[in-house]
Design a protein around this ligand. Structure first.
Ligand code: HEC
Length: 248
């Protein structure tokens, strides 16, 4: 009996561990959409730093308010910069003809964290670096030639490629935490590297939530189903023993 339960739970756990495997990105990030305070902070970060350029056409403010437990007045005052109707979807503040500003229209980010994967988005936000050859003066490790400016530079500071840093006689200090980014922090931002990582983690948690708002409930349902199956298996086993007791 014990063994059956044990095997079954080991099987379930190994499935979860397998699903968490990642590709070859400088950072790997497993979002935690159940961490409500983090997702709330991420919503604030996103609205303040990203919604000027990026829309989330599939997401309504009111849904964010309901899911994240944010009352309407706080929602309106702190998160709604491009509309005052909670039923509206999140549009970007950019005029439609602004595509030419960056050479590429900032893409809609409704499902971006699902399409690219959370580790990709996390790595993207971590790995902007100074590159004078680019029009905006920055480049990105996971999206080479990206036309997005480093909008979080005040928080993170400026990273440079390690060989450039050596060239300028700069010493990296704490930057490039990622295993193999080859980037060092040449000029500190207002946040420490650890706090910047936290900022990015919150933001990606919010994007992961927004990509699949129903996921929190679904994960909850999944564990209930698993529990039911475990109990059911136990009952079936006991029943079988009972039936076959007298046969031998
Ligand atoms: C000043 C405008 C602007 C702001 C603000 C901005 N972005 Fe961007 N973003 C862009 C542009 C332009 C691109 C297209 C880059 C390209 O493909 O070359 C882009 C691309 C992206 C991509 C890659 C999409 C993909 O799959 O190719 C992600 C992810 C992203 N932005 C996230 C963010 C986040 C998160 C924020 C807020 C912290 C943000 N952006 C703020 C302009 C902006």
């Amino acid at each position: 009996m014990k063994r059956i339960l044990f095997t079954l739970s080991a099987f379930l756990l190994s499935g979860a561990a397998f699903a968490a495997g990642g590709g070859h990105l400088p950072y790997s990030f497993e979002p935690d959409v159940g961490n409500l305070p983090s997702v709330q902070r991420g919503a604030r970060n996103y609205m303040a730093y990203c919604s000027a350029c990026h829309s989330m056409d599939l997401m309504r403010y009111s849904r964010i308010g309901e899911d994240l437990g944010i009352p309407e007045d706080i929602l309106k005052a702190n998160l709604m910069f491009t509309s005052d109707k909670p039923g509206d979807t999140i549009t970007s503040a950019m005029p439609a003809d602004a595509t030419g500003w960056f050479g590429r229209k900032p893409p809609d980010l409704s499902v971006n964290s699902r399409a690219r994967g959370p580790s990709w988005v996390y790595s993207y936000l971590m790995t902007f670096y100074v590159d004078p050859a680019r029009p905006a003066g920055v480049n990105n490790l996971v999206l080479p030639g990206a036309s997005m400016p480093h909008v979080l530079w005040e928080l993170q500071g400026w990273q440079v490629k390690a060989d450039d840093a050596a060239h300028h006689g700069e010493e990296g200090h704490g930057g490039g935490h990622g295993p193999d980014t080859g980037l060092t922090l040449a000029q500190a931002g207002t946040l420490s590297p650890e706090d910047y990582e936290g900022f990015v983690a919150d933001t990606v948690n919010f994007m992961a939530y927004a990509a699949e708002p129903g996921r929190v409930g679904r994960v909850g349902l999944g564990s209930k189903v698993m529990l039911f199956l475990l109990l059911f298996t136990a009952l079936a086993y006991l029943l079988k023993k009972e039936f076959w007791k007298d046969v031998h």
